[in-house]
Design a protein around this ligand. Structure first.
Ligand code: NAD
Length: 351
């Protein structure tokens, strides 16, 4: 395994490995860039096929966090942690305590949070060994779970996209296809239906389909969702749903959803532009969670979270406008704007 030869290595400031034989912990923390502040990002636990996959994932995800926080106007850098192993069989109190010690030993350069494979309960155990943890606020509106805020941000982003494309953000009668009715998708469906949208949802999990239906969504088969005839497609499941094949069958005029790394590659961003489909870059529209997690540690709490979420709409409108003027894809513009903030210090949006 070579860090520097990984195709995902991009001048990361820190890559740290930890092995704790007693608990079975094998983990990697990566800090991509901390020009704007300490690196905050979730701790993912996943049964990676090999160590290289884990390394690639943590390098890629930590870089994504730098771009996300910069455009969200947060004084944070980008970081991420991965624990190698199946959460169902390997996760234990001892392993989580060892992870807490690992994070603590980094002295605050990396602040951890929940991610796929870890829960708020796990984070509370990690917090027994380190204060560099976010997303464990007791008594908060959602008990530390950022998903409702991510959904709120996506909801505002969909409205911004409608306003840009059609001159009105009125959702009544607007048809939206939601791929993935999990933690974020479920809240998004509720917000959309409350404002009069007609929502179609697809999920591989039958229970999640039932919950979506109870909220008023029309459940459709998973293999119909990408090409379903709607105004908006909201990918809220896994990454890379926008690939060379799927971008050709999309009928929605707007793609705006929560999933991380939606584009299999930036070429799909170009293709969406050429097809006249307005794409809201994922790392801009799904920043509600990181905004919430930031304010769980900062003064101001949930009142500031709500106010700060409006940054998502203004950033997207700027990106859409620049994309239309330049002919560059929205994702290319978003990356350029983020680099102007965290690399070139051209615009410091930090609160
Ligand atoms: P989740 O696991 O709760 O929900 C994902 C849902 O997608 C599940 O219900 C799953 O069954 C479904 N799914 C998986 N594959 C599918 C497929 N092929 N077709 C249809 N449904 C499928 O996750 P979540 O927390 O809701 O996050 C959703 C996405 O948003 C993820 O990509 C995540 O990385 C991203 N995201 C989440 C947050 C957050 O605050 N939770 C923040 C930023 C980004």
């Amino acid at each position: 395994m070579s860090v520097f030869n990984s195709s995902h290595y991009d001048d990361h400031e820190l890559v740290s490995f930890c092995q704790d034989a007693r608990s079975g912990l094998r983990a990697i923390v990566a800090v991509h860039n901390s020009n704007l502040g300490p690196a905050l990002g979730g701790c993912r636990m996943f049964p990676y096929a090999n160590d290289d996959h884990a390394l690639d994932d943590v390098l890629r995800l930590s870089k994504g966090m730098t771009y996300k926080s910069a455009l969200a106007g947060l004084p944070l850098g980008g970081g991420k942690a991965v624990i190698i192993g199946d959460p169902a069989s390997l996760k234990s109190r001892d392993l989580l305590l060892a992870m807490g010690q690992f994070v603590n030993d980094l002295g605050g350069r990396y602040i951890t949070a929940e991610d796929s494979g870890t829960t708020v309960t796990d984070l509370k155990i990690i917090a027994e060994r380190t204060s560099y943890v976010s997303g464990v606020v007791e008594g908060g509106r959602f008990g530390g779970d950022p998903s409702p805020y991510t959904a709120q941000g996506v909801f505002l982003g969909i409205k911004a996209a409608l306003a840009f494309k059609h001159g009105s953000d009125d959702l009544s009668g607007v048809r939206v296809a939601v791929q993935g009715a999990g933690a974020v998708g479920r809240h998004l469906i509720e917000l959309l239906i409350a404002e009069g949208a007609i929502v179609f949802a697809a999920d591989v999990n039958v229970k999640h389909c039932q919950l979506a239906q109870q909220s008023g969504a029309v459940v459709i088969p998973c293999d119909h969702i990408m090409g379903f005839d709607t105004d908006v497609l909201a990918p809220c499941a896994m990454g890379a749903s926008l690939n060379a094949d799927s971008v050709e069958i999309i009928r929605a005029g707007i793609v705006a959803g929560a999933a991380n790394n939606q584009l299999a590659s930036n070429a799909q961003g170009e293709r969406l532009l050429r097809r006249g489909i307005l794409y809201a870059p994922d790392f801009v529209i799904n920043a509600g969670g990181i905004i919430d997690v930031y304010y769980q540690r900062a003064e101001g709490g949930s009142t500031k979270t709500a106010a700060h979420l409006s940054n998502i709409s203004s950033s997207l409108l700027e990106i859409f406008t620049q994309s239309a003027a330049s002919g560059l894809s929205t994702v290319a513009i978003a990356e350029q704007l983020a680099e102007d903030i965290f690399l070139n210090g051209l615009r410091v949006k930090a609160a």
